[in-house]
Design a protein around this ligand. Structure first.
Ligand code: GLU
Length: 355
């Protein structure tokens, strides 16, 4: 999955937003965009492909403004074109979204029947139209946000700008992570603390169902029912060096060379390499009592799962079913209550696997 960043502050934001997006490049994406509010008007630049394309768009036509949101898109609904790239605009509302709005088709029909004109093929655009509709119905910005969240189903990290409030970003999380960064008279939003590392290491993570109203000096967080909630402020250890390519040309090359170390780190939790023995885990599953295992994952994680299937069957003699997560969700596998399930996601954010 792709990334979201936002800054509400007192200095120009567009370059910093793109810098923050670069720190999310490791997640993969196919297009990108940025929106700011400049002199009371929403503006955006978008581009297909790599962030260098967005940067050259911004050089041709710079974007002023001290508040903005930005996005790297990994298309799920609609081709990876500039037209489908986020942020999506409608009637003074700007939206970026990671994830999938599962009931977008019925919402789109409903909104279109009421006169909404859709510009893109994305699922995300229904969020912008819903917000615009609730504003037209007379709801305030927060009420509109809350009403929208009550209607959409699926996995989302969302960031929203309202043109008539150039000092607030709204955000919501259900599935993909969102981190809020506390700065000095500026506040930040990002898919992870790594994106925000150059700006701040004071982070508040939203949890699923949370939504937030972020101003220059602080954040108000609400739960799904609209109650004010407190989430802890933490000091992140996501140091800037984590996302460097080091002396490698590509992240992929770097990751290939990192495999021995990364695998050692992972195994280090379970194996005492000095005494050469497995560390007992107190709440581990007793595979001797499990009749079968169902593995679900997507993409490369699915391929990893296939290897897992071979090993579980061969060494543990455990029957294993494996599915692409998007199939597992909708297939009704007759699993016994004692059987175990294993979900694999490299990013930890694959929408279908999380769902
Ligand atoms: N489902 C949205 C789209 O296709 C968001 C994809 C993403 O997570 O970047 O535009």
């Amino acid at each position: 999955m792709c990334g979201i960043v936002g800054i509400v502050g007192h200095q120009p934001v567009s370059e910093r937003l793109v810098e923050a997006l670069k720190r999310l490049e490791y997640r993969g994406y196919d297009s990108a965009g940025v929106a700011t509010i400049d002199a009371g008007t929403l503006q955006r630049r978008r581009a297909e492909g790599k962030l260098v394309n967005l940067e050259s768009r911004l050089r041709e036509e710079p974007l002023a403004g001290t508040i903005g949101i930005a996005h790297t898109r990994w298309a799920t609904h609609g081709a990876p074109t500039e037209r489908n790239a986020h942020p999506h605009f409608t009637e003074g509302v700007a939206v970026v979204h990671n994830g999938i709005i599962e009931n977008f088709a019925e919402l789109k029909d409903e909104l279109a029947a009421a006169g909404a004109e859709f510009q893109t093929e994305t699922d995300t655009e229904v969020v912008a139209h819903l917000l615009a509709k609730y504003r037209r119905d007379g709801l305030g910005r927060r009420e509109a946000m809350h009403a929208m969240l009550k209607r959409v189903k699926g996995a989302y990290a969302l960031a929203v700008l309202f043109e008539d409030d150039p000092s607030t970003i709204m955000a919501a999380r259900n599935g993909p992570p969102l981190a809020i960064g506390h700065g000095n008279g500026e506040m930040f939003l990002g898919s992870d603390a790594i994106a925000l590392a150059p700006f701040t290491n004071e982070i508040t993570y939203l949890i699923d169902g949370d939504w937030a109203v972020i101003g220059k000096t602080g954040v108000h967080i609400f739960d799904f029912d609209g109650n004010v909630v407190e989430r802890p402020r933490q000091i992140s250890t996501a140091a800037a060096f984590l996302v460097d390519k080091g002396n490698h040309r590509h992240f992929m090359e770097k990751e290939i060379y990192e495999q021995p170390e990364v695998i050692a780190h992972a195994l280090g939790h379970y194996v005492n390499f000095i005494e050469n023995r497995v560390v007992p885990i107190s709440d581990a599953i007793d595979f001797g009592k499990v009749p079968s295992l169902a593995i679900s994952a997507c993409g490369t994680a699915y391929l990893a799962g296939l290897i897992g299937k071979y090993w579980f069957e061969r060494y543990a003699r455990l029957p294993v079913e494996i599915d692409v997560a998007s199939e597992f969700r909708y297939r009704e596998i007759p699993l016994s209550p004692q059987s175990a399930a294993l979900f694999i996601s490299q990013s930890g954010e694959t929408a279908d696997t999380l769902a």
